[in-house]
Design a protein around this ligand. Structure first.
Ligand code: PMV
Length: 329
């Protein structure tokens, strides 16, 4: 069972305020396996981090686990033996690729299997959204939607922004609407994902942006309005295969994220290096402040990787936008 990671192409942070965002699912995320617990309680184990957490624990992971388990029927919890869920993260943790939501979805899917429930993906998404509220404070819902469904997702406030025509499904997420999109790309979208390795906390970055917005609402809403518009324009470029324009839009989004003060010196170094090595567009992805940066550099991915790896950064190339739903259990 897997919760998928994601890449936000356009609109991180601004989607928290209802402006549109566009994200694509990674084929990797967090894998879960479930078996009978050797202990009297439910247990989460993450061998790669040397971590074992029981349901009664106090750490953040235990608290999320408690939040998730409250959604399961009490008669099942009382009558079936507890389980051990072993988690294997395939993506960097806390680096803007939606690892916390992928972790929550993996845990939920493991419990659904353990209790032999017939929960649908929208139900799993709903529970993952509640878990994300713990990690993020005021999540937009984009991470849990991507972790559950993969594919392409366009998120927006349904009252202010119309649905796109090629929507497959709409999922209500608090006041926002996540739409799964059926997008036909002229060619697969390849991105270089570069990791600053700088740890940061999504909750804190989202709160910092809120402080800015509250201080100068007009100024920051105009920035957010523009960033939201890029999500829709970017999708059109993807569908039409307009490479240069797509790159320019990514670069513009990075400028706007800089104005929201969520960039960082390491992110800026990566942007500069990738652009100098021939990338058409580079921007941070996720909450920023560190974490990962994406470069769109069709045909020049290896040059970008070589350049940033010479500077001591880690990177990988991924092909995104491929439907991952068929990989579900
Ligand atoms: O950095 P991540 O993977 O937690 O992504 C956060 C994305 C934000 O737009 C900043 C927050 C949200 O809930 O959408």
């Amino acid at each position: 069972m897997r919760g998928y990671g994601k890449i936000i192409l356009f609109g991180e942070h601004v989607c928290v305020y209802g402006y549109p965002a566009l994200a694509v699912g990674l084929s990797k995320g967090v894998i879960a396996q479930v078996a009978k617990s050797e202990e009297k309680s439910h247990v989460l184990v993450i061998p790669s981090q040397n971590l074992k957490v029981s349901l009664q624990g106090n750490c953040a992971l235990a608290q999320v686990f408690q939040k998730i388990i409250r959604f399961f029927p009490t008669n099942l919890l009382a009558n079936k033996p507890p389980c051990q869920i072993t988690l294997d993260p395939e993506i960097p943790i806390g680096a803007g690729l939606g690892s916390s939501a992928a972790l929550s979805v993996a845990i939920i899917r493991a419990l659904v299997q353990w209790y032999k429930l017939d929960w649908t993906s929208p139900k799993i998404n709903e529970v993952a959204f509640a878990a994300e509220s713990f990690f993020h404070g005021t999540p937009s819902g984009i991470d849990n939607t991507m972790a559950t469904f993969g594919g392409f997702c366009y998120l927006r406030d349904a009252k202010r922004f119309p649905a796109l025509t090629q929507c497959e499904n709409n999922y209500p997420l608090g006041k926002l609407m996540g739409s799964s999109l059926q997008v036909q790309l002229p060619e697969p979208l390849r991105l270089v994902v570069m990791n600053t390795k700088k740890e940061r906390e999504t909750k804190r970055l989202v709160a910092n942006v809120r402080t800015l917005v509250e201080k100068s609402p007009e100024h920051y809403h105009s920035i957010m309005q523009e960033a939201g518009g890029l999500a829709k324009e970017g999708l059109t470029c993807l569908e039409r295969g307009e490479k240069e324009k797509l790159g320019a839009l990514l670069n513009r989004n990075q400028e706007l994220l800089r104005e929201l003060k969520v960039s960082s010196p390491q992110i800026e170094v990566l942007c500069k290096k990738a652009l100098s090595a021939g990338a058409l567009g580079v921007k941070l992805t996720g909450a920023g402040g560190g974490g990962c940066v994406i470069a769109y550099a069709p045909g020049r991915e290896q040059e970008i990787q070589k350049t940033v790896e010479n500077e001591g950064f880690e990177s990988f190339v991924t092909t995104v936008g491929v439907k991952t739903r068929s990989e579900e259990p």
